[in-house]
Ligand binder design. Structure first.
Ligand SMILES: Cc1cc2nc3c(=O)[nH]c(=O)nc-3n(C[C@H](O)[C@H](O)[C@H](O)COP(=O)(O)OP(=O)(O)OC[C@H]3O[C@@H](n4cnc5c(N)ncnc54)[C@H](O)[C@@H]3O)c2cc1C
Length: 208
């Protein structure tokens, strides 16, 4: 297939797609799963609005919180746990070659050395409902173990630099004919129309 111009935004595989075009991403995408629970209907009265913890500025992830959904229902989460596959949407999904890539990447090793305690706590919260519930009880002590049931999960594509820092800015790489959206962390869904406009402007200027 041939094309004059190429735009990519490949999320969890963005760094690999950048490499396919002969460019060097300079960072690696590491997958962090965010798991959710759902609050039992009888306890929904406890949450009338969004309830967030005070964020830790050292991390790009907000911490577990309560979200009142547009279509009804209350979601609780997400946590941020290292996924063992880029598309590791479940706790049991392992892709050994992708996991090996993560565990041998020096940026990840530097990050893990700095935050291993947090990482272990997050893993524990992923496999233990009790630990997850305790985190949610910091926000609403009345919420009990039986009030929450497991719900879905998403995987964040977190770009990590070789020095171990988490890249929280949008990163767009370009050459004369290619535009790669390499890193689009939250709130990229909320700002997707603006990002799209920005990418379109870049393309039109390349096309003259
Ligand atoms: C748990 C969780 C909560 C979040 N909460 C929020 C929030 O509250 N607000 C907010 O704004 N954002 C939130 N986000 C972030 C938001 O989802 C991302 O910022 C956004 O989806 C990034 O968009 P993207 O197009 O770059 O990547 P994606 O949405 O991941 O899209 C990438 C696409 O590329 C495709 N693809 C990948 N590789 C290839 C390939 N080789 N060939 C062809 N196609 C390929 C994938 O299938 C996918 O469709 C959240 C994310 C998670 C995981």
């Amino acid at each position: 297939m041939q094309t004059r111009y190429l735009i990519t935004a490949a999320g969890l595989y963005a760094d690999k797609v950048v490499r396919m075009t002969g460019m060097e991403p300079g960072m690696k995408i590491i997958p962090f799963r965010g798991e959710y629970y759902r609050l039992r209907k009888e306890k929904e009265y406890l949450v009338n609005n969004l309830i967030y913890p005070v964020p830790n500025p050292a991390f790009p992830f907000l911490g577990v919180h309560y979200t009142r959904m547009m279509r009804g229902g209350i979601e609780a989460g997400p946590n941020a746990v290292l996924a063992f596959a880029r598309e590791g949407y479940s706790r049991w999904k392992v892709n050994f070659s992708e996991l090996a890539e993560t565990l041998t990447y020096k940026g990840f090793l530097r990050l893990a050395a700095k935050y291993y305690r947090t990482g272990i706590d997050e893993l524990h919260r992923s496999y233990s409902k009790r630990a997850f519930v305790r985190a949610l009880q910091h926000l609403i002590p009345e919420v009990g173990y039986e009030d929450l049931q497991r719900s879905g999960a998403g995987v964040r594509a977190q770009a990590i630099a070789p020095d171990g820092s988490m890249i929280n800015e949008f990163v767009v790489l370009e050459d004369e004919r290619i535009i790669h959206v390499l890193n689009a962390p939250s709130p990229a869904a909320t700002s997707s129309l603006s990002i799209g406009q920005d990418v379109a402007d870049k393309l039109f200027s390349k096309m003259g």
